[in-house]
Ligand binder design. Structure first.
Ligand code: PHE
Length: 342
């Protein structure tokens, strides 16, 4: 029996040397390793031996089986490698250059401001784009009859809410999150809310129906205009350079009192006057003010104990100024020629 095993081994090794391609490899497999191959037959024939012989040779036969199978897989592997080489692959050619993704310039602005404000102890919150009239207007001190509702051309949603009221709309500003943040976290509070807003605009190079704002709110005891001024100054210097100056001019927003427009010295001409600042030396960047007592109340905060400040940046406008972009529609266009520049 041992001779038979040795013979089988010899025969296999001889045949193996002759294997140079897949066909002969397959023939070898059929002859020795398949179900009806020589090895199987040999293992079968062990049954005819008596118990002690079966134990002795069974072990040898099994070792042989493992050896032959290993040799076979080794051969198979070398054949595969050679085959790949012979398929005319030139491993010295340079690899493919996969294009890298780009951040939208609005995302770049948002990231920069998030870094700044988190370093000042602000939370970054997210809010719903599908809002209710209550949060978008009413709670922000803009009652139904107020003309300020007309200032923002709103996309109303023709679908009832869970109370069967038609009060859904696409948020026109991130300010409704002032109320939601106050209701959820109470006072004291420091949060920014970047996000997408929607207005029913006739689009042109300066108007877009879908745009981005970044809202900020701070509530605490004794918050006053000086705090607002200092936050806005920090933002201006971070975005446009250390020499940037801030000018605050009165502007009406129903949810702040007093309200103002924050303007920064034009970073292009340093305030001398140029095309970008329309020869005024100043860039209108941010709406801001001290939170109106009624808005604090709507947020569940007692205006006799706490006061607050709020501001809202248009991220599109910031990015347009920063990167000298002359058409607001490019941001949402998905045009790679535009995006790849950032
Ligand atoms: N929500 C205002 C706008 O869209 C901006 C603003 C935010 C003004 C916060 C004051 C305070 O124009």
């Amino acid at each position: 029996m041992k001779d038979k095993l040795d013979q089988l081994r010899q025969e296999f090794l001889q045949d193996l040397q002759q294997v140079h391609n897949q066909t002969t490899l397959h023939e070898l497999e059929l002859k020795f390793l398949s179900r009806k191959g020589a090895l199987s037959k040999m293992l079968h024939s062990l049954k005819e031996l008596d118990l002690s012989a079966r134990q002795q040779f069974g072990k040898l036969a099994n070792n042989l089986k493992i050896e032959l199978q290993n040799k076979f897989t080794e051969k198979e592997a070398t054949l595969n490698i050679n085959q790949t080489h012979s398929q005319n692959i030139d491993p010295t050619l340079p690899g493919f250059n996969f294009p890298q993704g780009h951040f939208n310039p609005i995302t770049l602005m948002q990231n920069k401001l998030e870094d700044l404000f988190t370093s000042l102890g602000f939370m970054v919150l997210d809010g719903p784009e599908l809002e209710s009239e209550y949060f978008n207007f009413t709670a922000l001190n803009i009652p139904a009859s107020h003309p300020a509702r007309d200032m923002q051309d709103t996309f109303y949603i023709d679908y009832p809410n869970e109370h069967q009221e038609y009060d859904l709309l696409m948020r026109t500003q991130t300010s409704p999150m002032q109320i939601r943040a106050m209701q959820k976290y109470g006072a004291p509070l420091r949060a920014i809310i970047p996000g997408r807003c929607f207005r029913n605009e006739a689009t042109d190079s300066r108007h877009e129906h879908t745009f981005y704002q970044l809202e900020g709110i701070v509530i605490d005891k004794k918050i006053n205009f000086a705090h607002l001024k200092s936050f806005l100054e920090i933002v201006g210097q971070e975005m446009f350079g250390a020499k940037t100056k801030l000018r605050m001019r009165p502007k009406f927003f129903p949810f702040v009192e007093p309200g103002n427009n924050g303007e920064y010295t034009c970073f292009l001409c340093q305030g001398k006057g140029c095309r970008v600042c329309k020869y005024t030396g100043w860039l209108e960047i941010v709406g801001a003010g001290l939170v109106h007592p009624r808005v604090l109340e709507a947020g569940g905060i007692d205006p006799k104990i706490y006061s607050g400040l709020a501001f809202g940046f248009g991220l599109n406008r910031l990015a347009m100024l920063k990167y000298n972009i002359d058409d607001v529609r490019l941001f949402n266009s998905g045009d790679l020629r535009f995006l790849e520049q950032f």
